[in-house]
Design a protein around this ligand. Sequence first.
Ligand code: AHM
Ligand code: MG
Length: 332
Amino acid sequence: MASKVSLTRYLVEQQRVNGLIPAQLRLLLEVVARSCKSISQAVNKGALGGVLGTAESENVQGEIQKKLDIIANEVLIEANEWGGNLAAMASEEMEGIYVVPNRYPQGEYLLLFDPLDGSSNIDVNVSIGTIFSVLRKPEGSQVSEQDFLQAGSKQVAAGYCVYGPQTTLVLTVGNGVAMFTLDREQGSFVLTQENVQVPADTQEFAINMSNMRHWDAPIKRYVDECLAGKEGPRGKDFNMRWIASMVADVHRILTRGGIFMYPWDKREPTKPGKLRLMYEANPMGWLIEQAGGAATNGKERILAINPTQLHQRVSVILGSKNEVERVTGYHS
Ligand code: AHM
Ligand code: MG
């Protein structure tokens, strides 16, 4: 039997054999993975660890923070600040950027994360996850928020860790998508799937249907056509899933195909969408593209959007290529 490939070995191969990642980026990804292991431990303890429920605080988006949102954010900051790989970090849970303190060496990279995505699912024991994106710090002076405002196409690594029945880390460094399952006995992530591919066609869609009355015409048209099934214009039946954890919905799509939509809607017309570009849509968009799928905001490729704000929101349509192209086509 072929020996198991650990995340460490996979990353070393990406560095040495494929020349895809410098050593500093490899070390940084190891630390992110280690943080995910700690978060997974905390998530697993649940009520026994006293980690469920809300904290008495709000984040910059005005959302009530859960205790685990704060714990996961601290784990990521503490693990990543001292290694010398990063210049600064940004998170859904922090208003401004976190510059690596002077007492540590500054590295060449910028790390962005949603420490615990799908917060509404924490207390009900449904899959949640950590999403991350790595950018290179532009050369020059002191690191600033401006340095983070790079299009998703500039990412050098992106991934997520889903805390579900299994803890699975999913990663791209621009060489396809690989999945690693946490082996709790060994304490390491083991490569369990390489070269992940999203089928171009699908009969499964994911959207929060309770917002239907607020949608724009193109989204309404697409979903109506799916709902019409065999007798409708698509000539086939569709299935529906909505987990309300983007990580879990994207993980399903990477595993068996599908389309995920969190579009702009009329509830808050000035907001471009619910999800955040820099640490949700960009990393997920890149993973999906690396697996042969597509990701747009209905008008353009998510990865082509030039950000103007750290916490900017975006309409998201991603997954199986032909379906994403269809919905995007309905917008033109
Ligand atoms: P969060 O980052 O505050 O957890 O919010 C993002 C989540 C996504 O994971 C998920 O797709 C979406 O919000 C669910 O929203 P809704 O509850 O409106 O269906
Ligand atoms: Mg989130």
